[in-house]
Design a binder for this molecule. Structure first.
Ligand code: ATP
Ligand code: NCN
Length: 188
C-alpha cells in the first residue's frame, strides 16, 4: 500500500490542506492519506494556539465521510516536541510493508535541512511536495516528488488573524470547521 503521511500544525485545518491531500492522493496514486497534527512543531516552539483536542476535532470534521482520509493522533499521544523522524520510525514499525510518503508544501521543504535527522527521514519516506503561493520555485537538493496543485492563498495564520479581527472565513475552511470555531470561540 502507498500511504501518504501529512503532518502539520493544523491550527486550524483549512481548504489548502484538504486540496494538498487530494492532489497528492490523485497524482501520487496514494491508497490513503493520514493527517497527523503535531503536538509541538519543532520549528514552532511556542506551540499551537488551539488545544490538541480542538485541532483533532476540526480535522475529524474536515475529513468526515472522505474515503481514504484518516486522522492519526500518534504525535499528540506521544506528546512533547513532534519530530517527524520519530513518527516515521513508529509508522514503519507498525506498517512494515507500506510505502511511505511525507506530504508537504514548498515552505516546509525549504526548512528541511534543519529538521532532526533529515537523512533518516528520507530513508523512511519520500517527500511529496506541492507549490505554495508566495514561495519561489522549489529549489532544493532534497530529492522529492513534485505534485501540481492549483494555487490556494490560504494559511492558518491568516485565518487566525481574520477570526481575531472579526472577518469572514467563509470558503477558506469547510463549513463544519467554521461552525466549530464559532461555537467554541476559538482564535478570538
Ligand atoms: N495554501 C497552501 N498551499 C500549499 N500547501 C500548504 C498550504 N497551506 C498549508 N500547506 C502545507 O501544509 C502543511 C501543514 O501546514 P500548517 O499546518 O503549518 O498550515 P499553515 O497554513 O502553513 O500554517 P501557518 O500559517 O500557521 O504557518 C505544510 O507542509 C504547509 O506547507
Ligand atoms: O522533525 C523535524 O525536525 C521537523 C521540523 C519542522 C517541521 N516538521 C514537520 O513538518 C510538518 C509541517 O509542519 P508545519 O507546522 O510547518 O506545517 C509537521 O508534521 C512538522 O512536525 C518536522
Amino acid at each position: 500500500m502507498r500511504l501518504g503521511l501529512f503532518g502539520g500544525s493544523f491550527d486550524p485545518v483549512h481548504n489548502g490542506h484538504l486540496a494538498l491531500a487530494a492532489c497528492c492522493a490523485e497524482q501520487g496514486q496514494l491508497d490513503a492519506v493520514w493527517l497527523i497534527p503535531a503536538a509541538v512543531q519543532p520549528l514552532k516552539p511556542d506551540g499551537p494556539v488551539a488545544a490538541d483536542a480542538d485541532r483533532v476535532a476540526m480535522l475529524r470534521l474536515a475529513t468526515e465521510g472522505q474515503a481514504g482520509r484518516e486522522v492519526s493522533t500518534i504525535e499528540i499521544d506521544r506528546g512533547g516536541v513532534s519530530y517527524t523522524v520519530d513518527t516515521l520510525r513508529q509508522m514503519r514499525g507498525q506498517l512494515p510493508d507500506a510505502e511511505l510518503f511525507f506530504l508537504m508544501g514548498a515552505d516546509t521543504l525549504r526548512d528541511f535541512s534543519s529538521w532532526r535527522e533529515p537523512a533518516e527521514v528520507l530513508r523512511l519516506a519520500r517527500p511529496m511536495v506541492v507549490q505554495r503561493p508566495g514561495e519561489g520555485g522549489v529549489a532544493t537538493e532534497v530529492p522529492h516528488l513534485r505534485i501540481d496543485m492549483p494555487p490556494m492563498a490560504v494559511s492558518s495564520s491568516d485565518l487566525r488573524r481574520r477570526i481575531a479581527a472579526g472577518e469572514s472565513i467563509v470558503g477558506l475552511v469547510p463549513d463544519t470547521v467554521a461552525e466549530y470555531i464559532a461555537r467554541h470561540g476559538l482564535y478570538r
